[in-house]
Design a protein around this ligand. Structure first.
Ligand SMILES: [Zn+2]
Length: 209
């Protein structure tokens, strides 16, 4: 059973978190988690550049530490970056202190206060602790399941487009597991979104003020 969307009832546990930017009527926000990654980041940067798309990369501190030059390329290409923790902890199985420490560790490598919880799983207490420290938590409107994709290209695109609404935030992964989808389905999806009249924007701190 795939949960492309986060259920509404869950949202009330995270006041102030971002799920979409529905006030941005013509914009789609593409986000890429878990990078940077040598076998997918250069490809993604090229694809996004071809389409003149600015996106948001929620990076893992450990990967930024390992591939600082790729991280620099993401920034140089004009994309936004966010903190996706150091080691991708499971929030529900981690103490508040350990969780916050993991995010703080990543902040040595990733500037800014945008944060996306690994797996989208975070205890309300962890969420509140990070909020107090100034972190803006960004969830999503549509999880692409690019990492577990057994749908044919047409089916995948049809599913993604069926969830497409003004201001939607899509999650993809800048990782090996998603490489096939990034190469085979994402370009076509971008085309379809463009043909439907959407523009693409990155998640910037200015959107919250
Ligand atoms: Zn992740």
């Amino acid at each position: 059973m795939k949960h492309y969307r986060i259920p509404k009832w869950l949202k009330r546990f995270y006041p102030g978190a971002i799920w979409d930017f529905s006030f941005r009527s013509n914009s789609i926000f593409l986000t890429f988690d878990d990078g940077p990654n040598p076998s997918t980041t250069p490809y993604l940067l090229e694809l996004l550049d071809q389409h003149q798309i600015k996106a948001t990369f929620f990076c893992l501190g450990k990967n930024v530490q390992n591939y600082p030059e790729l991280f620099e390329m993401i920034i140089q290409n004009g994309h936004e970056v966010g903190n996706h923790s150091m080691n991708h902890p499971k929030g529900l199985h981690t103490t508040k202190h350990e969780y916050v420490q993991d995010v703080v560790s990543a902040s040595q490598f990733i500037p800014g206060k945008l944060f996306r919880p690994p797996y989208g799983k975070i205890k309300p207490s962890q969420f509140r602790a990070l909020k107090k420290m100034g972190y803006q938590t960004i969830f999503w409107s549509v999880l692409s399941y690019d990492f577990d994709q057994k749908l044919a290209t047409d089916e995948f695109i049809e599913t993604m487009m069926s969830y497409c609404e003004p201001g939607s935030i899509y999650v993809f992964h800048d990782s090996d597991k998603a490489a096939k989808t990034l190469q085979h389905e994402l370009p076509e999806l971008i085309q379809q979104m463009k043909m439907s009249g959407y523009h693409f924007a990155k998640i910037e701190p200015g959107l919250f003020s």
